[in-house]
Design a protein. Structure first.
Length: 621
């Protein structure tokens, strides 16, 4: 009760919600080295007993925090090296209850509904608190505690992030002006360009063909692939273009989105001009894209399994020997090839953004809206020491050193500091080197000392500092996979549209179920109808078939879907996306296309190294 009275008092004192944070400074690597939000802003308040507003320890006498984590059910959390290290330094000890990812959402919701919930949630991607969850459990039910006053009073790293990225603060602030959780700020470089297409350069060379630059040239190349036996086995077994049904394997939305009109699967809206919000899948441009894909399919240039394959079947087809796939759609190349196969890694090269028949040429599908997908942590109203728990999360989950420590374990095993003067792939400073370990070493020395779930500051300057510069064909080695996919991404970012829509938004609780139901039904219908048009079950050239499709969309309440999104939606500028520190003395922030050094960035979960996986599924989305 004392805590709630204090929170109300502080809220009244702050007559307006957090607009600009003055925490300043850079991310610390030692305790108390960054100026706190309270000190920077000059704000003062009664300090709770057994609590220090800055520095270490956070509390003078150790406290325990009932902590619910997604994953890590095989970890002995009572003896976890990271948990103990945090407790020894800060005085805040997490008593962890781990739940498997498979049923984490169900278990989380049951706990919240029962009233018997933990003090702190630390979540991974499966049970992430969505914007809708925040509206329900935060704004509406007040089960999740607002943290904005703690950011102002005690923040060390969150004020710094918000000062550098004010749009992030706007994104995570709910409709009542409060912030109810800890997001993961994911500035995954290669995630800005979903999906990508890879093509066999060795087949282009064998047939004396140039890399296609537009949709007409693509048809010519695919026709040659399926008719001229580029794999040289004397059989007509080549596949021109392959996709799959999993999210970033769907070639239909890649082709249409890049060369006809902005479209993102399971989100059917776009902004044509940065001012208006419209439906993309009812436009003439979308129909033109369907006509183009229908023509490719009718000519045997798209494999039919593209509309039934899951990610495993997709990868098996790409890796089948003799190799038969000329071009494929993916999030990153390792979803197709085995990225430990250096020769195949060299054979497949990134396809540039193809210009469509009406001049559309854009990397449209993701455009950065996945940078904050939800909230990976939250304090509940059951928390007895919310100020201390806030400081613990803010310090240990948003600091660069502790990001390395939490994700990769103690220094000197899975990671080291880069030698002084090392450059990253952009020409800026390389700070860290990730060491490749065998499974046994990782299981014995790393995993028991990490906590990879929870919020994190995956900011571009941090993530690029983990990617040392690589020369020549070493880029194709599995150990340098992240550098390779960043290099592949670089030119694509020249074609980002000027604006995009924020995909995840705070829908009013009264409308949340309606919006979700309409979206679910639309997703199923549009996906199905799109495939039917491509495969010829419906004729995209036939006006009657097209009008039937539009009429059926009306029945699925496409207009209501648009109306509900407009009430909460945000049009976001893409200005600055893809900018990185190149180390240049006269321009320390430069777009990726001006970098002369190759590459950057990273498959979406920093904790899951793609170099040790033959087909890494991106999370960043």
């Amino acid at each position: 009760m004392k805590r709630k009275i204090l929170a109300v008092f502080l809220a009244l004192c702050m007559s307006m919600s957090l607009v600009a944070c003055n925490g300043g400074g850079t991310s610390s690597t030692t305790s108390g080295s960054t100026e706190s939000g309270a000190e920077a802003s000059g704000t003062t308040a009664e300090t709770p007993e057994n609590f220090n507003a800055e520095g270490m320890p956070i509390v003078n006498e150790e406290i325990t925090v009932d902590t619910w984590v997604e994953g890590g059910t095989d970890i002995d959390w009572a003896n976890n090296g990271l948990v103990n290290e945090i407790a020894e330094e800060s005085g805040v000890r997490m008593e962890v209850t781990a739940v498997s990812g498979a049923d984490s959402v169900t278990q989380r919701n049951l706990r919240l509904a029962s009233g018997d919930y933990p003090e702190l949630f630390l979540l991974d991607w499966t049970s992430i608190l969505t914007f809708t969850d925040i509206m329900q459990y935060g704004v509406q039910e007040q089960v999740l505690a607002p943290i904005d006053e703690y950011i102002e009073l005690y923040g060390e790293n969150m004020p710094r992030i918000f000062e550098d990225h004010p749009d992030y603060q706007e994104t995570v602030t709910a409709t009542d002006g409060h912030i109810y959780g800890f997001p993961r700020f994911s500035e995954c470089y290669h995630c800005l360009a979903y999906p990508k297409f890879y093509i066999r350069q060795d087949w282009l060379d064998a047939l004396n063909l140039d890399m296609p630059t537009n949709t007409d040239e693509l048809k010519e190349v695919l026709t040659a692939f399926v008719t001229k036996d580029p794999n040289g086995n004397g059989q007509a077994d080549e596949i021109g273009l392959l996709g799959g049904t999993d999210f970033n394997l769907m070639l239909e939305y890649g082709i249409i989105g890049n060369s006809f009109v902005t479209v993102k699967p399971d989100f059917w809206l776009y902004t044509p001009d940065g001012e208006n919000i419209e439906v993309s899948v009812t436009t003439d441009a979308y129909r033109d894209g369907l006509i183009y894909l229908n023509d490719l399919y009718a000519n045997g240039l798209i494999d039919s399994t593209s509309f039934t394959n899951d990610s495993d079947q997709f990868a098996q087809t790409v890796r089948l020997e003799p190799y038969v796939v000329g071009m494929y759609c993916c999030d990153h190349i390792g979803m197709g090839i085995d990225n430990t196969n250096v020769e195949e890694a060299k054979n497949y090269q990134i396809v540039p953004i193809l210009e469509g028949p009406d001049g559309v040429q854009q990397q449209s599908q993701n455009s950065g809206e996945g940078q904050i997908q939800g909230f990976h942590g939250a304090i509940t109203d059951a928390c007895e020491n919310p100020e201390a728990v806030f400081r613990m999360v803010d310090h240990y989950f948003y600091d660069d050193y502790w990001n390395m420590r939490r994700t990769y374990g103690p220094e000197g095993i899975n990671w080291d500091y880069a030698p002084e003067g090392s450059k990253n792939v952009f020409g800026g400073e390389a700070k860290y080197v990730i060491n490749t370990l065998d499974d046994d070493t990782k299981a014995e020395e790393v995993t028991p000392n990490t906590m990879a779930m929870g919020p994190q500051a995956d900011l571009s300057e941090f993530r690029s500092s983990m990617l040392p510069y690589v020369e020549g064909d070493a880029i194709y080695e599995a150990a340098n996979y992240e550098q390779r996919i960043a290099l592949d991404t670089m030119d694509l970012l020249n074609y980002l549209p000027e604006y995009n829509l924020q995909y995840s938004v705070f829908i009013d609780p009264e409308n949340a179920n309606e919006y979700a139901d309409i979206q679910t039904n639309l997703n199923s219908y549009i996906r199905s109808a799109t495939v039917q048009f491509i495969m010829g079950d419906r004729d995209p050239n036939n006006d009657a078939d097209w009008e039937t499709y539009l009429s059926e969309l009306d029945g699925y309440q496409i207009d209501r879907y648009l109306e509900l999104y407009k009430e909460a939606g945000r049009i976001v500028s893409n200005e600055g996306l893809g900018e990185v520190d190149t180390g240049s003395s006269d321009d320390t922030s430069s777009t990726a296309e001006t970098s002369e050094s190759s590459v950057a960035e990273e498959s979406s979960t920093v904790e899951s190294s793609a170099v040790e996986s033959s087909a890494v599924e991106s999370a960043a989305e």
